[in-house]
Design a protein around this ligand. Structure first.
Ligand code: HEM
Length: 522
């Protein structure tokens, strides 16, 4: 059969028709914006507008560029999803303080539906009694300052094992990224689940895969009414495979806790209980007015294992990369750490409070590289006005903490790594200074702040005390690649390979008092 090509006039009519339809759509979109007092935004085609920008670049960078053009409070459709993007401290305060309760829920997405058992973890649970109870249990059993302090022996033991493994590689290139990850995941597992799972390394790699898959800008999430997309894109099978593999490991963790239950019941001591033991008390049990299914417990295990470890590991990694790139800061912070440890005569975390410059290095790292640059998304629960603009119900709200941390109205030379800016500054992490919100703010602020910070500060202090560091090969420190890899957390794309040079390894000789022995050197 002969194939007949459409004539030029047919093609021309077709393209003219498409052009007219697009034109009408663009005009309609603009009219909607002005008529309904929505915040200004980069209106384009109602469906496809903005997607190419977000998918073609890192979303926190693309959104900052759009905000430069359209202002720090933007309204846009990302796919079908009405979204408000906040890029200034003033509007962040409106969302997370003035109207915090209205924005206290999270939108659902495919990741939270599949991997987090229908958003029944803490981070994606809708605002309400279930979320409040879960958060309270985790605070009491794992994340309060007292509980965090009680995990000190675990941290120090894991730290020493880290220093030992680096010492064994002294003089040759070492994958610091991988080993720091192993450290933070180990501390979280031992503190929250009593021990490392038999499948610890596999569990870490499953979480890593999920983090990349869970940025929240998947086509399926952007076009929720096109349910066929779930069937034809790779997102659903990928997330289901992640869930299946993690599920087996989490079920083993739960089974081990259930099996030890009778022994624990006979014991007088409550100090032996870990988070999973406590969650199991609520397992299918209405006695306390709050009951958890096995799936709910798995969702919490996943939350704690991933949120509790990846964020700290990423922060240590960025801090070391920035220090390598900035030899002046590296020297200054090493001098401080070494002076304090030397003066104290022991290497332990009680000295950290005296290391003001080290703490400023951590703050500066979290300003430039907040592990969750867009925090976690919020959802508008009730029609509300910000700056005389209307935010419709169900709008997804993204707070660009990364852009806010680089706002030149608040930060001098915002792109430069200058920890000095935090010395003698009252700015802290607690969500009261909206120009600096690496842990978020308001009701949904990160509950793991104390747990996370100590897991950044102690490893950093030990790495800086015990070793000097240099880049392998011919790479110049100023050329170190700082490219980011986007996911629900943003880490460096490349693993950090450094050559450790032993400075003082006496901390790895423990004394019987359970503090770390230290021989002062000249
Ligand atoms: C450097 C370390 C950490 C950073 C930078 C960080 C950052 C964040 C951010 C930005 C949020 C979202 C806050 C918001 O929406 O306003 C968050 C939420 C959360 N984080 Fe962290 N986090 C860290 C460590 C931890 C640790 C150690 C844990 C637990 C062991 C943890 C558990 C959580 C949980 C459960 C939520 C959800 C809270 C909710 O929705 O109510 N985080 N974190």
């Amino acid at each position: 059969m002969e194939l007949k090509l459409p004539s030029f006039s047919v093609l021309f009519t077709f393209f003219l028709f498409v052009f007219m339809v697009l034109n009408i759509l663009i005009k309609r979109a603009k009219t909607i914006t002005s008529a309904s007092k929505l915040p200004p935004g980069p209106w384009k085609l109602p469906l496809l507008g903005n997607i190419h920008q977000l998918l073609g670049s890192l979303p926190h960078r693309a959104l900052r560029d759009l905000a430069k053009k359209h202002g720090p409070l933007m309204y846009m459709k990302i796919g079908q999803v009405p979204t408000t993007v906040v890029s200034s401290p003033e509007f962040a305060k409106e969302v997370m303080r003035t109207h915090d309760i209205i924005f206290a829920s999270r939108p659902r997405n495919l990741y939270s539906e599949i991997v987090l058992y229908d958003s029944t973890d803490i981070a994606f649970a809708p605002y309400g009694e279930y979320w409040r109870q879960l958060r309270k249990i985790c605070m009491q059993e794992l994340l309060s300052t007292t509980r965090v302090e009680s995990f000190r022996p675990i941290r120090e033991e894991e730290m020493l094992s880290l220093v030992e493994s680096i010492a064994a590689a002294a003089g040759s290139a070492f994958n610091l990224t991988k080993r720091i990850k192993y450290l933070t995941y180990s501390i979280t597992s031992r503190a929250a689940f009593g021990k490392k799972s038999e499948d610890h390394v596999e569990f870490i790699s499953i979480v890593e895969e999920a983090i990349i898959e869970s940025g929240g800008f998947d086509l399926v999430d952007l076009f929720p009414s096109f349910s066929f997309l779930a069937a034809i894109t790779r997102a659903r099978p990928k997330l289901e495979s992640i869930k299946r593999r993690a599920e087996r490991i989490m079920e083993n963790i739960i089974k081990e806790h259930e099996n030890k239950k009778p022994a624990a019941k006979n014991s007088e001591s409550h100090t032996e209980e870990d988070l999973v033991d406590v969650l199991l008390k609520f397992h299918n049990n209405g006695e306390h007015g709050f009951s958890l299914t096995t799936d709910n417990i798995k969702a919490v295990i996943w939350d704690i294992f991933s949120a509790g470890s990846e964020t700290s590991a990423t922060t240590v990694d960025w801090a070391m990369a920035e220090l390598i790139k900035n030899p002046r800061v590296m020297k200054k912070v090493q001098n401080e750490v070494r002076e304090v440890f030397r003066r104290k005569g022991s290497v332990d975390e009680t000295c950290i409070s005296e290391m003001k410059y080290l703490q400023s290095v951590v703050k500066e790292t979290l300003r430039l590289h907040p592990p969750a640059p867009l925090l976690l998304p919020r959802e508008c629960g009730k029609k509300c006005e910000i700056n005389d603009y209307e935010i419709p119900v169900k709008t997804r709200v993204i707070v660009n903490a990364w852009a806010i941390g680089r706002d030149p109205r608040y930060w001098n030379e915002p792109e430069s790594f200058t920890p000095e800016r935090f010395l003698n500054s009252p700015i802290d992490y607690k969500g009261a200074n909206f120009e600096y919100i690496p842990f978020g703010a308001g009701r949904r602020i990160c509950p793991g702040m104390s747990f996370g910070l100590v897991n950044v500060e102690l490893p950093l202090a030990m790495l800086l005390y015990c070793f000097d560091w240099k880049l392998p090969g011919e790479v110049k420190y100023e050329d170190l690649n700082m490219t980011e890899l986007f996911g629900i957390t943003v880490r460096r794309k490349d693993d950090l390979h450094l050559i450790p040079i032993a400075y003082d390894l006496s901390p790895i000789r423990k004394n019987s008092m359970n503090t770390v022995n230290f021989t002062a050197i000249g």
